[in-house]
Design a protein around this ligand. Structure first.
Ligand code: OAD
Length: 241
């Protein structure tokens, strides 16, 4: 049987999730067998240069992912994290996700930071206005100002959103839990290092051994949809005791 670290009411928990937490909902990961980067050229569809040279190709890729996102539902892993937020005191829980899907919010999580942006948002390349929609868009969608819209996601070569705030949350937490990410894409992959250096207990949950496993005090190997409900159930009991 797995042994989990105890928590108390004053414990501040920060969770970082990656594509693995949505895998059991049918959302493909990036680097596993059959993953997105095995099918698409990352430089063509996920860089500012790729968008500048062929915005139609980039929009085709994102429109397909947006269409797929409309059909997926949260799984037990997403619901467990939503429950964790509910049982902890207000302000003690932060969820950072690298995922651009909306499954954490759909499961009921409220304090979610989408550091790599969101599939359901678009941004004007001219006026900068951000709009929320998961509807089908034309091949080259336009803003009301006439500017070309782009997906409101972070591409390689761009800086993820809210980094200063996220690093300060990571450095102030007592428990840092990292779920379903291969640990190869920075800066997200370095959060666990910062958390550990700042004195947090670091915990990993992943199907395979992630690149940054060495910085995790505890590691639970398996599906997040199976491990997270057990972990959160244990923590719920700690708070009652
Ligand atoms: P990856 O595809 O690199 O890694 C997914 C991880 O999830 C792997 O380590 C799998 O072993 C694990 N995994 C798969 N199924 C799982 C399950 N059911 N339960 C637990 N773990 C499971 O995806 P990320 O690490 O999220 O960025 O990728 C990071 C970033 O790289 C993405 O946000 C995206 C991508 O390129 C941008 O597009 C900027």
């Amino acid at each position: 049987m797995d042994v989990y670290p105890d928590i108390a009411h004053e414990t501040r928990i920060v969770v970082l999730t990656g594509a693995g937490i949505s895998a059991e909902s049918g959302v493909p990961t990036f680097r596993d067998k059959g993953g997105i980067w095995g099918k698409y050229d990352v430089l063509s569809v996920a860089t500012p240069e790729g968008f500048a040279s062929d915005p139609r190709r980039v929009w085709r890729f994102y429109n397909e992912r947006r269409r797929h996102a409309r059909s997926v539902e949260p799984n037990a892993g997403h619901y467990a994290l939503a429950r964790l937020e509910e049982i902890l005191p207000e302000g003690s829980f932060t969820l950072i996700t690298q995922n651009v899907d909306h499954l954490h919010r759909k499961a009921g999580s409220r304090n979610v930071h989408h550091m790599h942006g969101e599939l359901a948002k678009v941004r004007c390349t001219q006026c900068g206005k951000v709009r929320e929609t998961l509807d089908d868009l034309p091949e080259l969608p336009q803003c009301s100002c006439g500017g070309l819209l782009r997906p409101h996601v972070v591409w390689f070569g761009e800086i993820p959103f809210d980094m200063e705030k996220l690093f300060s949350l990571v450095e102030a937490c007592d428990i840092f839990l990292v779920v379903g990410t291969s640990g190869v894409v920075h800066p997200a992959a370095s959060f666990v290092i910062h958390a550990k250096r700042s004195g947090a207990t670091t915990i990993g949950v992943n199907l395979e051994i992630p690149e940054n496993r060495g910085f995790m005090d505890r590691f639970y190997q398996g599906k997040s949809g199976e491990i997270l409900p057990r972990l959160v159930e244990f923590w719920a009991r700690c708070l009652i005791a």
